[in-house]
Design a protein around this ligand. Sequence first.
Ligand code: NAD
Ligand code: DAU
Length: 338
Amino acid sequence: MTKMLVTGGAGFIGANFVHYTVNHKPDYEITVIDKLTYAGNQANLAGLPEDKVTFVQGDICDAELIDKLVSETDIVVHFAAESHNDNSLRNPWPFVETNIIGTYTILEAIRKHDKRLHHISTDEVFGDLELDDPNRFTETTSYEPSSPYSSTKAGSDHLVRAWVRSFGIKATISNCSNNYGPYQHIEKFIPRQITNILSDIKPKLYGTGEQVRDWIHVDDHNSAVHLILEQGKLGDTYIIGADNDHVNNKMVIELICELMGKGKDWYDHVNDRPGHDMRYAMDSTKLRTELGWEPQYTDTQTGMRDGLLQTIDWYKANEDWWKPQKDAIEAAYAKQGQ
Ligand code: NAD
Ligand code: DAU
């Protein structure tokens, strides 16, 4: 058995990763550490076998706790972060604290106990591309983050690289594009629109909706993370993306409307996000050629129809999970004309 510490395992991608691991990788015993911020929910881990998954509520900035947990594990998969751009524009401090100081705290424990780390990061560290730019982000694209969120993620990536080079820690990094799927917090674009329609509220599109996000189903992200854990080269970075960089926000909202039985244009245009990144596009050639990774959600049209149908069904079946937060989230957006 390999012992794995998963930070942020009660959040969207982390919880899906824990489920994925229990279902596909029987050789892991998992400890989740999660602060249970507004974005974390222990219910995301309900039903998992107790002999496989242990939950610890705690903060990754708590050096004593992190030191103990890292000393007891073989590998750390580091998802914990403040993750929402819009929140980082309202109050950047928690982003600096968790994403930078939290990652530093984990790195120091990894260094002391000589354990393996995989650091989860984002395409947003590269900034954005023009809408008509045919280029894609690669492992060597320079960093140019736009928001407090993405700049703190960029800082965390630099810390990991510095600890690899200066102290020789055993670490890999992955930068992934926008995920969607079950358990995603309803502040985010896709679940916000699905739960709007389920609440008889029109979906809300920022600005013109021309912005492109290279969407990937969360299970495809997590299968890539496992491959990197198993076969990734220590010290290396891997881009993860599913080739959906032809899909803009307007197309996604129209597809959600169609799949949920609404007219294609049953949505509102609302205020744009300040500093809104225009286009993300990922070149995952290295991951595909060196490690043989392939995404599973690759249907035609937008490349998202099957994944969106599964995601819509999940939100329909789990109203108790999202309903209690819906009014407060929409009220916060409404204050900003969004
Ligand atoms: P999320 O906001 O849904 O979950 C984050 C989790 O981290 C929550 O459970 C929260 O309680 C926990 N957390 C926050 N601060 C903590 C702290 N100080 N100590 C311990 N736990 C803490 O985020 P997500 O969308 O699941 O993103 C997970 C990771 O993946 C992040 O590192 C994010 O940058 C990265 N990422 C996300 C996407 C995406 O599309 N969502 C894409 C690429 C990379
Ligand atoms: O690219 C990876 C990143 O994707 C991750 O690093 C972040 O953690 C994750 O939150 C996500 O960031 P985005 O800012 O791209 O995701 P969000 O879901 O907030 O918005 C997606 C796009 O949809 C973006 O262009 C803004 C737009 N949008 C968002 C909301 C909430 C709308 O048009 N309407 C909305 O209501």
